[in-house]
Design a protein around this ligand. Structure first.
Ligand code: GLU
Length: 462
């Protein structure tokens, strides 16, 4: 372990954040609630452990580029609304900037910066030849018509057109966006850039529909990666993979796929919450039926009545019951999967959760304070940068398929994804052993050591 100087401890300066001298050097605000400060603190702590040189620490503590754009969009009723969009390019030492686009009403620059930094770390941990970026539009996609959503996506693409590119910065789906939004972005990009062939231009985004070069297996990839990681990690955490009872926070793309795949492996998803409600089913939900219901109704609320009335599900009449948030957290399970948004598990939730392992499907769902509580309680947290890396991994496969004009079978995609996830999990376990640190820090250590090696070889220009 490194014996480099110990930064001022959190208690003496900013409660909840380990205050590194780099924060002062770069003029960070002393705000412990700020997701960006929290993410950089996590990164700097591991940077210290792997003795990352100061020059690399300061490079990684700020993104290379931050774009904020404003653009008008005509709404269905004829009036125009001004939207705010972001693209943050955190680092491209390993390859083109890579990361999702989020459409959400509560998106802020610091969140996007954090998520972009996490992408740099994630791609490095998985050893993909990609850097890190993130972006999005401040809007509520649920409140937009399809036409409005399409105009927002296309106009946003136009606003960042010169800053993205198939070999420079490659967006993908994230919260509030999907394959259809990627198709509109790819089409707008191709129509607006005249020196590219269709296939080349389409490489500007991943997570596209299969019809225009998307990869088989991409839609489920993040959830699949969560399960692949869990299968690899559980034996190392002295837990059998049998008779698992699972609780899932957030039933969107990641949560619903992780739940469905786990159910197929014999696990029972017994508790689910999303932005519309909280449900419990001691016998385990029919995850396929729950997902279908959610797609139709926009959330899980009401599934308990619907499932009782329908006989189409695998467990007719077993839609579960509505429970309180407190019951959701305190109901004992083996695995808790936060798969909604960042900072959803704070100190209060960390004290309440009754589980043996937490595996992060979302990005940054557990705050550093909550992390400490879970550690004290002996509950290991399999971190986001490992657990949810399946999405960007299959994005990379899509990009490679587009580059070579070749389409892989779903079996091949799944097998390759598993190989990458297993290797990333083993790297994390090795770092845990080498540095004697919890899993999140171990994953950061492995990723940062790799970035450090790349900077050592490349040097810093000029
Ligand atoms: N938005 C996903 C993530 O946070 C995927 C990004 C990508 O495929 O580029 O990892």
């Amino acid at each position: 372990m490194s014996t480099a100087t110990t930064p001022e401890s959190s208690s003496s300066r900013v409660p909840g954040v380990r205050w590194d001298p780099v924060f002062d050097e770069l003029g960070f605000p002393e705000d412990p609630e700020n997701l960006y400060t929290q993410t950089v603190a996590t990164m700097l702590e591991s940077a210290e452990t792997v003795a990352l040189p100061h020059r690399v620490k300061i490079i990684l503590a700020q993104p290379k580029n931050e774009f904020m754009v404003h653009f008008p969009v005509r709404m269905d009723d004829g009036h125009h609304r001004l939207f705010k969009g972001y693209r943050v390019q955190h680092n491209n030492a390993l390859g083109p900037y890579k990361g999702g686009l989020r459409f959400h009403p509560n998106i802020h620059l610091d969140d996007v910066k954090s998520l972009a930094l996490m992408m740099t770390i994630k791609t490095s941990l998985v050893r993909l030849p990609l850097g890190g970026g993130k972006g999005g539009v401040k809007c509520d996609p649920r409140a937009l018509s399809e036409g409005e959503l399409q105009r927002v996506a296309r106009r946003f693409t136009t606003a960042i057109l010169n800053d993205i590119g198939p070999d420079y910065d490659i967006p993908a789906p994230d919260v509030g966006t999907n394959a259809q939004v990627m198709a509109w972005i790819a089409d707008t990009y191709q129509m607006s850039t005249n020196n590219r062939t269709s296939t080349e231009a389409m490489r500007v985004v991943t997570g596209k529909p299969v019809e225009i070069g998307g990869s088989l297996g991409r839609n489920k990839a993040t959830g699949q990666g969560v399960v692949d990681t869990l299968v690899e990690m559980l034996p190392a955490l002295d837990m059998p993979m049998t008779d698992l009872r699972v609780s899932v926070q957030g039933w969107g793309n990641v949560g619903s796929w992780a739940g469905r795949i786990l159910e197929k492996k014999g696990a029972k998803v017994v508790s689910v919450m999303d932005h519309t409600g909280v449900l419990h089913n001691d016998h385990g939900f029919d995850c396929e039926a729950l997902t279908e219901y959610c797609m139709e109704h926009g959330g899980i609320a009401g599934f308990e009545k619907h499932a009782s009335a329908s006989a189409s599900g695998k467990n007719p009449g077993l839609g579960g019951e509505v429970v309180s948030l407190e019951e959701f957290y305190t109901n004992p399970v083996d695995i808790f999967i936060p798969a909604a948004l960042e900072q959803m598990v704070k100190t209060r939730e960390a004290e309440m959760i009754q589980c043996k392992v937490v595996i992060e499907g979302a990005n940054g769902p557990v705050t550093p304070d909550a992390d400490e509580i879970l550690e004290r309680r002996g509950i290991p947290v399999i971190p986001d940068i490992l657990a949810n890396a399946g999405g960007v991994t299959v994005s990379h496969f899509e990009w490679v398929q587009n580059k070579t004009n070749h389409m892989w079978t779903e079996e091949f995609v799944d097998a390759e994804l598993n190989r990458y996830m297993v290797m990333a999990a083993r790297r994390t376990l090795l770092a845990r052993q080498k540095f004697g640190v919890p899993l999140r820090k171990a994953a950061y250590c492995s990723a940062l050591a790799h970035i450090g090696d790349v900077y050592r070889v490349r040097g810093i220009f000029p």
